[in-house]
Design a protein around this ligand. Structure first.
Ligand code: NAP
Length: 282
């Protein structure tokens, strides 16, 4: 399963490999633990799951202003440090995200500072723009009213993200849920290009985040690093028609009217193999 680009973590006993990244970023563990729960569960449950994950050897934690889990993630890392499960906060790769209600150039830095306060940390390893969308400023919430959606000032927001990086508060900056079109817009203006994140398969050479509140499942998920797909499996999987889907509808209230055209925020993409396959089979 490991590709040539993968190195095994040297900073812990974890068997989860690291993916090296650019010159100024630290390696990203190939698998992280998600902390989004919907409907929300008790904080104690999330804190215990994160602590279990750290005990098992996970070193990548995924949180967000929206998830309401930043505080418990910070507490779990502090507890793990006290107990000697991790040598220090530096051993853990922490990602958090800017929610749509804060997606304004002048709110990016204060939002990151608030997240850092929740986490009780001096920096995050990765700060992501959660969605390429801006809504009326307020506390992070979900679902979003359609009429509250406004066009995003992508250039201004990304400049502010770059400032977070420059100040050392975010070691890396990136985006999630961006369509190819939005990414192209961003790449055209970015001085620091974004790290694209979440849920890619290890064999495709990207880091992924899994969520599991049960320790035995967290353990089971790490076992993917113990075996490889056979060539036959790879051929079969490659033949499955794959769509990449990014849909904004899941984070909106069903009622209401759009205050802007959001059609470009929903996209279904096919990989080139699948496109050829679809053309062949008609
Ligand atoms: N950037 C974004 O917009 C975005 C979007 C979606 C997700 N995420 C991140 O990615 C994380 C994962 O999201 P997701 O949508 O993939 O997860 P999910 O569907 O919310 O949760 C995973 C489910 O799989 C179960 N599970 C975990 N390991 C299992 C195993 N070995 N066997 C059987 N069931 C298992 C979990 O059960 P238990 O919890 O009961 O163990 C849970 O019900 C989130 O927590 C979040 O951090 C980010």
């Amino acid at each position: 399963m490991a590709s040539a680009a993968v190195t095994i973590c040297t900073h812990s006993s974890s068997k989860i490999p690291d993916f090296p990244v650019g010159a100024d970023g630290r390696p990203v563990p190939a698998m992280g633990v998600g902390t989004s729960t919907y409907p929300p569960v008790a904080e104690d449950v999330v804190r215990a799951a994160v602590l279990s994950a750290l005990e098992l050897g996970y070193r990548h934690l995924d949180t967000a202003a929206l998830y309401g889990s930043e505080r418990v993630v910070g507490e779990a890392v502090a507890e793990a440090t006290r107990r000697g499960i991790v040598a220090s906060r530096k051993e853990v790769f922490v990602t958090t995200k800017l929610w749509c209600t804060q997606c304004y150039p002048d709110l990016v830095l204060p939002s990151l500072r608030e997240s850092l306060q929740n986490l009780e940390m001096d920096y995050v390893d990765l700060y992501l723009v959660h969605w390429p969308m801006t809504t009326k400023p307020s506390k992070p919430h979900f679902p979003i009213k359609r009429e509250d959606i406004m066009p995003i000032d992508l250039s201004g927001v990304w400049r502010a993200m770059e400032e977070c990086h420059r100040l050392g508060l975010a070691r890396m900056i990136g985006v999630s849920n961006f369509t190819t079109k939005k990414l192209q817009e961003l790449l055209a203006i970015a001085k620091i290009p974004p790290a694209i994140s979440l849920r890619w398969i290890n064999e495709q050479g990207a880091s992924m985040v899994v969520k599991g509140l049960k320790r035995e499942r967290l353990k089971e998920n790490m076992e993917i690093f113990d075996w490889e797909l056979t060539d036959e499996d790879r051929v079969k999987i490659n033949q499955i028609l794959q769509h990449k889907k990014v849909t904004v509808l899941g984070i909106l209230f069903l009622e209401g009217v759009y205050s802007m055209d959001i059609s470009e925020a929903d996209i279904v993409e096919m990989c080139s193999f699948c496109r050829r396959h679809a053309e062949t089979v008609g």
